[in-house]
Design a protein around this ligand. Structure first.
Ligand SMILES: [Zn+2]
Length: 484
């Protein structure tokens, strides 16, 4: 019974991800998910969801229930999701007497050296974002109402219970992190922004796009070296990228292709796409490495595992592997061996600050999103207050809904950041700081990847025979530098 259901679920999942892949990679003009949901409507009937929710004792069942429930909710609002996505995708603004598509605005802000012009671009982007906010509110209201009628106290409780997020503990950890790093963060923020010519009192969130774009480091991160660097890194772990027939590297430039790299695990482990539009620069490297971490995880998953463990399960696991690859950029040995960068101190200083920014941003988002799902009417003000307090810059109120993901994905990122620190420590203890250049580390990772997402990060860490980090060291390790 559960096998039949899983087979159907997997077929649906494949069609859905293929559609996302085609739209995001620019092979298809419009995203069209409604017909897919309609074909598989029987999977997401209310009866089905209620039946699954009655009994979630074993893990396979639990992961399937989590997924079906969230897809059931999405199915109820898919028209609005599509409406918002397509309105944003086709929106353009006039800039320097040219029509510019919405999805070009962020890259343009990252590359704009003049603060006033950057702020104007940001205002244009926020205008488009705001134009779809009524639909976003309606979408959330429907999700909230349905959550309650399923018998949950609220949307946060539903996500916490079904996804095993441990929200209370995580919230506590993030409050500690926000408190402990506040002074050092504000000091570093002012220093970094000054280097960019932005006085702290004028700073907006979009200025950090330009800061983290790190243009002056472009010379170290060539477009042409990107794929070879990835290939060499994997080679060091005994993995031959060119011979992975289940991984397709899509690097063809297409006008509608999303500028950021992404990984589309369409059939796990048989058909995984790593999609990128290489432009070079440190940011592009970071997102390629991140997505390559996902891709390596998915192509190595044991094909005999049930769908629930191959593709569903705890996403903090795959995000942890993605961060492990991404933060090779914080490893001076990797920068030297793979990219030939001898003096990486200044670059690493920026990447560390970026990580601190992101931890504070997602920590703040975790606090904010709990408020959002509790009291939608006051959410906009809460967004400005909580994010502004966490990040020390002006926050655009129009983004209060667009800047969130469904189902507390922010919590899964935060759990993944914690997992990455533990995993990296384990690899460094076992194989040294140049673990990425050893076959043994590759074998160790492959044996973890094979397990899919059956185990949660805390269980994997325990399973490695590694105690993990003492809670009092965790913040320090997450941030990656010593402060007082
Ligand atoms: Zn990711």
């Amino acid at each position: 019974m559960i096998q039949d259901f899983e087979q159907q679920a997997e077929a649906f999942h494949q069609e859905l991800y293929r559609e996302y892949y085609l739209a995001e990679s620019g092979l298809k003009e419009q995203l069209s998910i409604t017909p897919i949901y309609e074909r598989y409507a029987h999977l997401f009937s209310e009866h089905q969801v209620r039946r699954l929710l009655e009994d979630t004792h074993d893990r396979q069942h639990k992961y399937l229930t989590e997924w079906v429930t969230l897809e059931y909710l999405e199915n109820l609002v898919k028209g609005l999701t599509e409406q918002v996505t397509n309105a944003i995708r086709s929106a353009t603004v006039e800039w320097d007497r040219q029509q510019v598509p919405y999805h070009n605005l962020r890259p343009m802000m990252s590359n704009e050296p003049d603060m006033a012009r950057r702020h104007q671009l940001d205002e244009l982007e926020r205008g488009i974002t705001a134009s779809a906010n009524a639909e976003r509110v309606e979408r959330l209201r429907r999700l909230h109402d349905k959550t309650k009628s399923l018998g949950f106290e609220g949307y946060a409780t539903l996500c916490d219970q079904l996804r095993g997020l441990r929200l209370e503990e995580l919230t506590q950890q993030m409050q500690n992190l926000l408190r402990a790093t506040r002074d050092v963060f504000l000091q570093l923020l002012a220093e970094h922004l000054q280097g960019l010519g932005v006085p702290i009192e004028d700073a907006a969130a979009c200025d950090t796009l330009a800061l983290f774009r790190g243009r002056k480091f472009d010379v170290l991160f060539h477009e042409k070296s990107m794929i070879p660097a990835l290939s060499r890194t994997l080679g060091g772990m005994g993995i031959d990228l060119a011979r992975q027939s289940n991984l397709e590297l899509d690097i063809e430039p297409r006008p509608l292709k999303t500028p950021r790299a992404f990984c589309a695990p369409i059939r796990v482990p048989e058909e995984v796409k790593l999609v990128t539009k290489p432009i070079g620069g440190p940011d592009d490297y970071a997102s390629l490495l991140h997505e390559a971490g996902h891709a390596q995880h998915f192509v190595h998953v044991d094909q005999d595992l049930p769908f629930s463990f191959r593709r569903l399960g705890d996403n903090s696991v795959t995000e942890g592997y993605a961060f492990l690859f991404q933060y090779l950029l914080l490893n001076p040995q990797w920068l030297r061996r793979i990219l030939g960068i001898e003096d990486s101190a200044e670059y690493i200083r920026l990447v560390r600050f970026r990580k601190l920014w992101l931890l504070r941003r997602y920590g703040s988002k975790l606090l904010y999103e709990q408020q959002l799902h509790n009291e939608l009417d006051e959410a906009q003000q809460q967004y400005v207050n909580i994010l502004g307090d966490g990040l020390g810059v002006a926050i655009g109120p129009e983004n209060y809904l667009a800047d969130t993901d469904d189902a507390f994905y922010c919590a899964q990122y935060l759990r993944a950041w914690i997992f990455e620190v533990q995993l990296r420590h384990f690899l460094e203890d076992q194989f040294g700081v140049e673990w990425f250049a050893t076959r043994e580390a590759g074998e160790c990772l492959i044996s973890l990847w094979r397990r899919g997402q059956e185990l949660r990060p805390e269980e994997l860490v325990k399973d490695m025979g590694y105690d993990g980090l003492e809670p009092e060291h965790l913040i320090q390790e997450l941030v990656g530098f010593t402060y007082d």
